[in-house]
Design a protein around this ligand. Structure first.
Ligand code: HAM
Length: 429
């Protein structure tokens, strides 16, 4: 039997319904904040990611699915969405008429990491990006929107971490200080860090290796060396989060694993997923549009790790298989045709109904109704039908009563929506 690829996974029921629910909530929330969806290709030129995420990041150095296609072009399965969104923003001149754009996109990303709980080689992100607003209000809005989504989804046990990564004014000096510190600790560093320490010393702060972490405990903090403009920006982000009573932590060690960030960086972290603590991450990337050949336009964004979010929610409450609202049990040929019609009619009213065409006994079909967990069952015998009636059973209470055929849809609609149904047979003319 051919099995799926290591690090890839199938999303089956009932999880897939939970994915759908989360996606719907995210769309609803984002759209109500003025974000609009765009859909982008999964495959891009390798150079796009190398130039944006950074040549000396783990993603670009070791994790991309890159190949030469038949014409020799170097292509990569996108490891994240931001680079593609920026590419599309520049390519379609979205800055031209209205530089302020609030966009979101949802889809699969690919990183060839070592698979473990919460870490996959194909995973999904819910990604949001804002272009054209340099004000810290945009930063606060995004962080608050992320927190609101967690609240709406009933997610607990997650905390918001924020930091500032400075700008081209203040970061170079900090880099030099950090480099000097690193040079005093080279013996404790892993191979990756030794290789990257000069080109990209901030990566050493992000290293997961225990010995590197220990070596860096006393390292200088960028947050303490921000220029006035960055410090003011960060203060305003904090003020707005405070004003909305958001519970967050300042995490001076939060550097993020991608190189394009400037100023505000943030993550939602949890301890429910073992080593994989980040459920979402993002930050400002004011220089990236220009770096990739576009105008000098500031931007900020985040991506939620969809798989991780699902796991956090599932741990708190396993998803239930969605049930049809009503199950028809037809006992006989003409009953089957009626049941078929009723299912179509109820679907028109957005009520999920199901039936069974096997011709099996009442007992067998009641068992199936139980398995499906339908709250209502309609039993239709041919002789009952001739008398213009069916039996409606409330599976929670066990109560069963006759209902006139011509008011069945109305009575079911009321029962299912939880309203008082009229007494059988007392329908208004
Ligand atoms: P990132 O931190 O690399 O940021 O990824 C965002 C989220 O994707 C992570 O917090 C995590 O939940 C999820 N994630 C990453 N890798 C995996 C994996 N192998 N398996 C499962 N989940 C994973 C970005 O990708 C940036 N593009 C975010 C951003 C948008 N920054 C600005 N705009």
């Amino acid at each position: 039997m051919i099995q799926l690829i290591r690090g890839f996974k199938d999303i089956l029921q009932p999880e897939a319904s939970l994915w759908q629910h989360i996606e719907n909530e995210a769309r609803r929330l984002f759209e109500s904040h003025g974000y609009r969806e765009i859909r982008l290709p999964i495959l891009e030129k390798t150079e796009l990611f190398a130039r944006s995420i950074g040549e000396t990041t783990d993603i670009v150095e070791k994790e991309m699915y890159t190949f030469a296609d038949r014409s020799g072009d170097h292509l990569t399965l996108r490891p994240e969405a931001t680079a593609s969104v920026v590419r599309a923003y520049i390519q379609h001149k979205l800055s031209g008429t209205e530089p302020i754009r609030k966009l979101y996109t949802i889809g699969p990303m690919f990183r060839r990491e070592r698979p473990q709980k919460g870490r996959y080689r194909q995973f999904y992100q819910i990604d949001a990006e804002v272009f054209g607003i340099s004000s810290p209000y945009a930063d606060a809005q995004m962080i608050l929107m992320l927190a609101k989504l967690m609240e709406r989804l009933g997610v607990t046990g997650i905390s918001a971490h924020i930091n500032s990564l400075g700008c081209p004014e203040c970061r170079p000096l900090y880099r030099e200080n950090l480099k000097a510190f690193i040079h005093q600790h080279t013996e404790e560093l892993c191979e990756d860090c030794l290789r990257r320490k000069d080109k990209n010393p901030l990566r050493v702060l992000d290293c997961k290796n225990e010995s590197c972490r220990k070596a860096m405990t006393e390292a200088p903090e960028l947050l303490d060396q921000l220029c006035t403009a960055c410090a003011d920006h960060f203060a305003l982000v904090r003020r707005e989060l405070d004003r909305r009573n958001l519970d967050y932590k300042i995490n001076k060690r939060l550097v993020r694993g991608l190189d394009y960030y400037t100023r505000t960086a943030f993550e939602l972290q949890t301890d429910m997923l073992g080593a994989q603590s980040a459920v979402a991450g993002g930050g400002r990337y004011d220089g990236l549009v220009k770096t990739l050949g576009g105008p000098d336009i500031p931007a900020i964004g985040f991506a939620i790790g969809f798989d991780r979010l699902v796991e956090v929610i599932t741990q708190a409450k396993p998803p239930e298989t969605p049930a049809p609202s009503v199950f028809f049990i037809p006992l006989g040929e003409s009953a089957m045709e009626k049941a078929f019609d009723f299912c179509l009619q109820l679907a028109e009213k957005s009520i999920e109904a199901d039936t069974d065409y096997s011709g099996r006994s009442l007992k067998a079909l009641m068992k199936r109704a139980d398995r499906l967990a339908a709250p209502f069952v309609v039993i239709m015998g041919d002789s009952e039908l001739q008398a213009g009636e069916v039996s409606l059973k409330n599976m929670a209470t066990g109560e069963q009563r006759p209902v006139p055929l011509d008011s069945l849809v109305e009575i079911l609609s009321l029962e299912i929506s939880g309203q008082e149904a009229p007494e059988s047979g007392t329908q208004d003319p």
